[in-house]
Design a protein around this ligand. Sequence first.
Ligand code: ADP
Ligand code: MG
Length: 564
Amino acid sequence: MIAGIDLGTTHSLVGIMDSGFPVLIADADGRRLTPSAVWFPECGEPVVGWPALEKKPTHPSLVVTSVKRLIGRRVAEAAVSSSGCAVEAGPDGGVRILVGSLSLSPEEISALILSKLKADLEMSCGVSVDRAVITVPAYFNDAQRSATKRAGELAGFTVERILSEPTAAALAYGLDRLGERARVAVYDLGGGTFDISVLELNCGVFEVLSTNGDTSLGGDDLDAALAKAWGVARFDAEKIKRALTDSDSVEFDHHSYLRSDLDAACLPIIEKTRRHCLRSLSDAHLETSALDAVVLVGGATRMPIVRRFVAEIFGREPDVSQHPDEAVALGATIQAGILEGGLQNLTLLDVTPLSLGIETFGGLMNVIIPRNTTIPCKAGEMFTNAVANQSAMSISVLQGEREMARDNWPLGRMDVPFPPSPKGQARVGVQFELDANGILHVLARDTASGRDTVIDIHSAVEVSDEAVEKMLGDSLEYAFEDMDERIFTEAKLKADEMLPAVDSALNALGEKVPVEIRSAISGLVQKIRSALEARSTSDLKTLLGELDTLTEPLATALLEQTLA
Ligand code: ADP
Ligand code: MG
């Protein structure tokens, strides 16, 4: 099994494929989000997550948050000096974080977060999970990606893939909802960072066309602005902000706060995302109209003002079908599932993709279960012998949409024995049962003896998309030829039956048939023979109709003669 991990600046999540479904794991308290916070108590082991976050206000120097801002960075970089963390340079110039009496690398601290997620995961599924897919922002450079991979390894994972966050979000949004070729913008406003990416999906593979953003713009900045505007602590500002996402006004500490005031304080900050969006579109050489979807991720995109703003920039309503906190982790888990090989390009079946039937006399396809029938299902038909004294019926099971048996796919064959009998006397029932697993059970019963013959066919519905497409395409392309051939074959079978019958009736009745009738009949029979030779379907049908009418009195006469 492979874990899918969103190692976020503010929050982290882990998921796994469970019997074909991506599921995110909750910790012992039922929470799926784990704060990316680590508390280093004066004595004892480091603590990760909610308890660490709670210690932040009282023990700021012992709690490390937002370590993602420092991973893979060098001390000289601006992002480091503005991080607010106490740091020193490692021997290679890389960042080391000073916490209490310790000096730790960002990957060592990230590894503690990953270890906690690993432990929660293993607790939840009861086995050890040693492989992982970990997401990183699209803008992460090689050093940041390598450091993230090292963090995974320190936590005991083999890192199978470092995946871009917007790609993960697009995977969660669903390949099935996008066409063969689609373009998606992913607008991700998290706690401390803003990322905008434009992706192109081409035959199941995503490519990041452009990415842009601001690594110091996020929900935290909104909290700071609100704290100032309202004169409250940042911690409280964050709580009020969340509450105002769902209502227009809230009461907090005997004060009332309005969403309209929040909007006014936040708009200038949210406005800053506009130029990144426009830049990202122009880098991708795309107009907003060329996008198939705008997907929102990141906790702050829950805010109504953010949604309105995105709608205005992109000239369309953003897609909010994804859980803003969970989309990236879900996508990482889906990627893990793809790597596990559990996802295969098969038609997802709850209906039969193609018709199932048997070959009947004259090489025709006789459909028993039509395509698009919901499974499980059962259907059957009764057949008779086409030739006198036949002592077995050979049943050829077919799949496909073509009229002639030979153009469909043979699935299996069985011989059903029955006592020799005159033509049309034997009765063989053929039943097709398609079970919930897609296995076709073919049952043939000679009704006279009650004897059953059974075969099971396992490959009845496991057909690739392409093969189904081709079969359907061919059935349309050859529709006229196919139908013509079926009608001709049916007419020929009728002629083969009628001509000998007419012959023997004429013989039996002898003189009783008036000369003009006799010569009219033999004239028609001549024409029918040449129509058969010329394979002229429409002539054959008309002539057989005429022969029917002309020979009707013969049948009556024959009957009278027999009775007399
Ligand atoms: P990251 O990817 O950086 O770890 P998240 O996607 O978890 O970040 O987003 C965290 C941010 O989302 C925080 O600033 C938090 O205040 C904000 N947030 C979460 N829920 C809400 C909400 N209901 N309304 C407004 N902001 C929210
Ligand atoms: Mg995130």
